[in-house]
Design a protein around this ligand. Structure first.
Ligand SMILES: [Mg+2]
Length: 301
């Protein structure tokens, strides 16, 4: 099963949703109208052996990552987190002290971002560690920024540095990612920026920018030389490694070069949709390469 095939099936089955659904499947968070308010929600998993390696990673950092993955989706909507619930399947030999350290790290990380952990569920099983976190968020005066808002001629931007988020032992920058919540709200609140569409970079720039193109019905041209690659890595790592938890967005106005010390790079612009790959990269040698999206069929097959 390829991720894209499954997603298309889910989107097709979600066309006739009730009016209370403000944002349906296909964005970084869904949203419901509840009591006259919009409540955004996202859910993400951390699976030992897929998203973390518990054999080499301190359990506190595993707990932190389980929360941050979700908060990065909150940032992608320019929303404010307001609470979380967590479910865990613990291996039978996990140990009580380790379990306490795991939950303390999840709770402390969530609280640091104004997102109290308000409930959850724990099972013990014969498999590996599996954490599932759900985060609720509110627009708090900013319209949620969707993947579908990109307009032709928008600039395309990314925050921070991309690629090489994993080292060979399973450590690396993916464990230290900072959800860009404050940065996203700064951009969304400034009308001069003209923020149109946004996504967080979890699956690699090629795939995630491809999602903006697909949802917005546009194409993208990016410049290889403009991609902010993490030290030692090239554009290929930035395009396909994933788990950067930075933001990719499109905007029509004036975008600052940094916000609170986080650099923002303009990497290209939005063009009309074409029949081929939605994202085309202009190489340093002047060539134009259509980029294939990767998604989890890369890792899963
Ligand atoms: Mg996301």
């Amino acid at each position: 099963m390829r991720e894209n095939e499954l997603l298309q099936h889910i989107y097709a089955a979600s066309r006739a949703l009730p009016e209370s659904v403000v944002i349906g499947p296909g964005d970084d968070m869904g949203a419901l109208a509840i009591g006259g308010q919009t409540v955004l929600v996202t859910v993400d998993q951390v699976v030992d052996g897929v998203h973390v390696n518990t054999a080499t990673t301190p359990i506190e950092r595993v707990g932190r990552k389980a929360i941050v993955r979700n908060l990065s989706d909150v940032a992608a909507m320019a929303a404010l987190p307001c609470g979380a619930v967590a479910a865990a399947c613990l291996p039978s030999d996990f140990g009580a002290e380790r379990a306490r350290a795991l939950f303390d790290a999840m709770r402390q990380t969530a609280e640091r971002y104004g997102c109290p952990l308000i409930g959850g569920d724990v099972s013990v099983w014969g498999g590996k560690l599996l954490l599932t976190v759900t985060v609720f968020a509110e627009p708090a005066g900013v319209e949620p920024v969707l993947r579908s808002g990109a307009i032709i001629n928008d600039g395309i931007y990314v925050t921070g540095e991309l690629g090489g988020a994993w080292d060979e032992q399973g450590g690396g920058p993916h464990l230290d990612a900072e959800p860009r919540i404050a940065l996203a709200r700064t951009l969304a609140e400034d009308p001069a920026v003209g923020l149109h569409a946004m996504i967080d970079l979890s699956d690699g720039l090629a795939t995630d920018l491809g999602h903006i193109c697909e949802r917005s019905g546009v194409g993208a041209v990016i410049d290889e030389a403009a991609i902010p690659c993490r030290r030692g890595g090239g554009a290929a790592a930035a395009l396909s490694d994933g788990e950067d938890y930075e933001l990719c967005f499109t905007a029509a106005g004036v975008v600052p070069e940094s916000v609170d010390g986080v650099p923002i790079a303009r990497i290209g612009h939005v063009v009309a949709a074409n029949d081929g790959a939605p994202v085309v990269m202009r190489g340093k040698d002047g060539s134009a390469k259509p980029l294939a999206a990767c998604g989890w069929e890369h890792r899963g097959e």
